[in-house]
Design a protein around this ligand. Structure first.
Ligand code: NOJ
Length: 568
């Protein structure tokens, strides 16, 4: 792949970057996404405007001012489409509507308008690998005969074994159990099987079918026409499949995918033809719409998704998976920057999202802790050191926000929220809990509704109940408890985002030898330095003006497990 030209920061020029807060943001131009701060909203858990216990679209709109003050460039909305919530909304009944319990298309338009009015972009989640089993297409497929056009939009196969009672292949679902479910006909007789890489309520689409392509092109245009600025593409690596008969066995784990695109299910070469077609839609708008791939591939092939002729950017979860360790963090950054440069893109960075244990808790657990096992103990015992977790989380976010590329924040991390590890079994809704026969709790502990106020039954989330119970300790970390409080995690994020906008210029980075293996020192153009002390011994900062620090300096020394930005 050709080396990219150095990317201009924004078409409006550096002056347009001066802080226009609160209230309005400068227009960052068509390349806004290259170094954006994107805030992920999990709509059902953000803010509930009507007291039904579920966060909703008007709830998000009511908090646009909060997000503007926080200083984010864009909101990524996890799915808000009609859904039975078999997988938290990633089981979509209708891609071109809003779930009635979350609002209406008019509410969505109002959110876009409110966000755009303060210079915040909107990114929607596109889920193209599977629909829900309540989608009109799947209902039609169920009512149609084997071999029909309606069935050919999905992956239906006869079973194997003498009476077809064995699944068509040994493929496993990500949520546990076989990736095939057998139908029964109206008379109760066993019928064909259908493929679902995730829950049975999420039948996989057949991307060998041209109709499927057209349907998603229509969906992309539908949201672009309503003003959305970009898309996050769910399971972007799995759309193209080798469905030749007999279906091939799939021994590889996602971490061991072949480098030649030959796995039957993941990261196949043909998947890129799909995104090249999507790019034409993105580029037919002014400004072009942006996209980011959630793609699991061999790390070396991630860049393919991020090419400017395809989705333009790809998530990497390398930092999220790294231990809080100087060498690991630096290695990840070097690798990811090289990957992004190879693609002609900018890197993404993320520490938490709706699928993982919140990083303030991960960093408080002993290195190597099995997070599924830890959740199964309800987080009990003494192994979680919350103070250490938060200290490291604050250090890590300053490190991340100093990097060139786009930073993705997950709602509530700006409050320093911990994972809710002790949700009662009866409250759990993640299909992982069910599909693993209650041996893995899944992801609900990262999806607990946000606390906005110290008081109130749901800490200001809404006037009714919350769909997942919130811990009592959250009254102390609610937004109103941190707002304006020097040293709070919320104010740390606000300061960091404001200063980042002020200091960010181009996309380069240099490393400076800190003289210690457990300290990382990086510098961005214009003399923007970030020092992160991964160790426990204080570190004497070089001369300069400290702009923000994750912990109070002591006699000019950076305490252990903290970061500081300074200008020199
Ligand atoms: C990735 C999403 O982030 C996750 O929440 C979902 O369960 C799967 N894709 C399936 O859509």
């Amino acid at each position: 792949m050709p080396a990219p030209d150095p990317a201009p920061l924004d078409a409006a020029g550096p002056d347009a970057r001066s802080d226009a807060r609160p209230g309005s943001r400068p227009d960052l131009g068509a390349t806004w996404w290259r170094q954006a701060v994107v805030y992920q909203v999990y709509p059902r858990s953000f803010a509930d405007s009507d007291g039904d216990g579920l966060g909703d679209i008007p709830g998000v709109t009511s908090r646009v001012g909060y997000l503007a003050e926080l200083g984010v460039d864009a909101i990524w909305l996890s799915p808000f489409y009609p859904s039975a919530l078999a997988d938290g909304g990633y089981d979509v009944d209708d891609y071109r509507d809003v779930a009635p319990e979350l609002g209406t298309l008019t509410d969505f338009d109002a959110l876009v308008g409110a966000a755009h009015a303060v210079g915040i972009k909107i990114i929607v989640d596109i889920v193209p690998n599977h629909t829900s089993n309540r989608h009109a297409w799947f209902l039609e497929a169920l009512a149609s005969a084997p071999g029909s056009a309606a069935r050919n939009r999905y992956v239906f196969r006869d079973g194997t074994g003498v009476d077809g009672s064995l699944p068509p292949s040994d493929w496993q679902s990500h949520f546990g159990g076989p990736a095939w479910t057998r139908l029964t006909d109206a008379d109760g007789n066993p019928e064909q099987w259908y493929l679902h890489l995730f829950a049975p309520e999420q039948p996989d689409l057949n991307w060998d079918n041209r109709e499927v392509h057209e349907e998603f092109l229509t969906t992309l245009r539908f949201w672009a026409d309503r003003g959305v600025d970009g898309y996050r593409v769910d399971v972007a690596h799995a759309l193209a499949k080798d469905l030749s008969d007999p279906l091939r066995s799939k021994p590889e784990t996602p971490g061991e995918l072949p480098l030649d695109g030959s796995d039957p299910l993941f990261d196949r070469n043909e998947v890129h033809e799909i995104y090249a077609e999507w790019r034409q839609v993105f580029d037919s708008y002014d400004p072009p719409r942006t996209a980011v791939a959630e793609a699991f591939s061999a790390p070396e092939r991630r860049a393919l998704y991020a090419r400017p002729t395809e989705l333009g950017q790809a998530f990497n979860f390398d930092l999220l998976k790294a231990d809080f360790d100087a060498a690991e963090f630096r290695e990840v950054v070097e690798f990811c920057l090289a990957q992004a440069a190879e693609a002609g893109s900018s890197s993404t960075w993320v520490l938490s999202n709706h699928d993982v244990v919140r990083h303030a808790s991960r960093y408080g657990l002993p290195t190597g802790t099995d997070l599924d096992d830890w959740l199964m103990t309800d987080g009990l015992g003494t192994i979680l050191d919350e103070e250490q977790g938060l200290r490291r989380a604050r250090a890590a976010v300053l490190f991340m926000l100093a990097l060139p590329g786009s930073a993705y924040l997950y709602q509530g991390e700006e409050l320093g929220l911990q994972e809710v590890a002790d949700l009662p079994a009866g409250a759990l809704q993640d299909p992982i809990w069910l599909r693993t026969q209650h041996t893995k709790k899944g992801r609900d502990g990262a999806r607990v509704p946000l606390p906005w106020t110290e008081e109130g039954a749901t800490y200001g989330f809404g006037s009714g109940n919350a769909w997942l119970p919130q811990p009592a300790a959250w009254s102390r970390v609610a937004v109103d408890q941190q707002d304006g409080v020097g040293g709070s995690t919320l104010e740390l994020y606000r300061d960091a985002l404001r200063i980042r906008r002020e200091l960010q210029t181009d996309e380069t980075l240099d490393w400076i030898d800190a003289g210690r293996d457990d300290v990382v020192h990086l510098v961005r153009p214009g003399g923007w330095h970030c020092v992160t002390n991964f160790g426990t011994e204080p570190y004497a900062l070089p001369a300069g003006e400290v702009r923000v620090a994750s912990a109070e300096l002591v006699d000019g020394q950076l305490p252990g497990e903290s970061s500081a930005w300074f200008t020199a």
